[in-house]
Write a protein that binds this ligand. Structure first.
Ligand code: ATP
Ligand code: ZN
Length: 299
């Protein structure tokens, strides 16, 4: 029997989200064995139980209040919301944060040899998809009438075997589409994995654990996109450096042995920004630049 005083989190058992999800939970310090075949795993060092299920079941488990949290692609969440609303079921949830993995887009694609002249080319066609509700919501905006044929897997095959004129499926690199003679023509939804909380009231005890977990997740994600940079620079140029590299935490300035003008600057900043600005930093005279990974950032 499950203990109601333990926080319940639903995650994908096996699939494209499972690796990153277990990596994230482990980086947050949760001691749990997710490799075993069990459907419920108990976290040893925190009052948390992990339910490992098919991703399609996660939104329903959240909205029915069976689990307190879920980690799920926004595409699956939003499709289930539309499905539940059309049936008159409750479809409430709270997105606590985007998790920066499971990035993909839901796109309409057609055979490579067909011309595409805008959305009107899709008028009265048959489109194979596992996302009929998201597709309808999108095409309704443009008054495009279509027939959707529901496929749960291998959607790319549908035009080749004469089942549909087009498909609407998830794309990340586009390689699968290309390999199946299909080209992407419209992006209808951008998605990534999210941490989602159930909508109804949660006990103070559970909310405290959620807040703790959320803080750690923020730290892990921020660490992933940040680098710890050290460089030597003239102290007169520091102001200009800070304009180029907005810092996340107050930087440290250390004296350098045998130097009167130059100092060693230690700064945490966004990695992409750093690479974009590196030439300008060098022009300011920055030298001995070190770029170091950060494991976690705790506020
Ligand atoms: P399950 O067995 O749990 O039902 P599934 O086969 O429906 O799994 P996966 O293919 O594992 O689902 O994808 C899970 C989620 O990963 C997707 O809903 C989406 O949010 C995300 N994702 C990221 N990139 C892709 C991609 N290229 N193709 C499909 N899904 C992707
Ligand atoms: Zn699924």
């Amino acid at each position: 029997m499950l203990d109601h005083n333990r926080l319940r989190i639903a995650i994908q058992k096996s699939g494209r989200l499972s690796n990153e999800t277990s990596k994230l939970l482990k980086s947050c310090g949760l001691k749990v064995n997710l490799k075993q075949q069990r459907l419920i795993s108990f976290v040893k060092n925190m009052p948390i139980d992990i339910l490992r299920v098919r991703d399609d079941d996660i939104p329903g488990l959240i909205m029915e209040g069976v689990v307190d949290l879920g980690i799920i692609g926004k595409n699956v969440l939003e499709e289930e919301v539309l499905n539940r609303l059309s049936k008159g079921y409750n479809a409430k949830y709270i997105i606590l944060r985007k998790l920066d993995f499971g990035l993909c887009r839901l796109s309409i694609a057609i055979p490579i040899n067909k011309d595409y002249l805008g959305l009107n080319s899709l008028q009265n066609t048959c489109i194979a998809t596992s996302y009929p509700n998201l597709l309808k919501k999108y095409l309704d905006q443009y008054n495009i009438k279509f027939k959707s044929c529901m496929l749960n897997g291998s959607v790319e095959l549908a035009p080749r075997v004469g089942l549909s004129d087009a498909i609407c499926d998830l794309v990340s690199t586009g390689a699968t589409l290309e390999a199946n003679g299909i080209k992407e023509v419209e992006v209808i939804y951008n998605s990534q994995a999210c941490l989602v909380q159930r909508y109804d009231k949660i006990s103070i005890f559970k909310q405290t654990i959620i807040n703790k977990l959320l803080k750690r997740i923020k730290g892990v994600i921020q660490a992933k996109v940040s680098k710890y940079i050290t460089l030597h620079i003239s102290s007169k140029k520091l102001k200009q450096v800070f304009t180029l590299l907005p810092y996340i935490h107050s930087p440290t300035i250390l004296p350098l042995i045998g130097e009167t003008e130059k100092v060693s600057l230690h700064i945490v900043c966004n990695e992409i920004l750093f690479w974009e600005r590196i030439e300008k930093l060098k022009l300011l005279g920055a030298s001995s630049i070190l770029v170091l990974p950060i494991e976690k950032i705790m506020e």
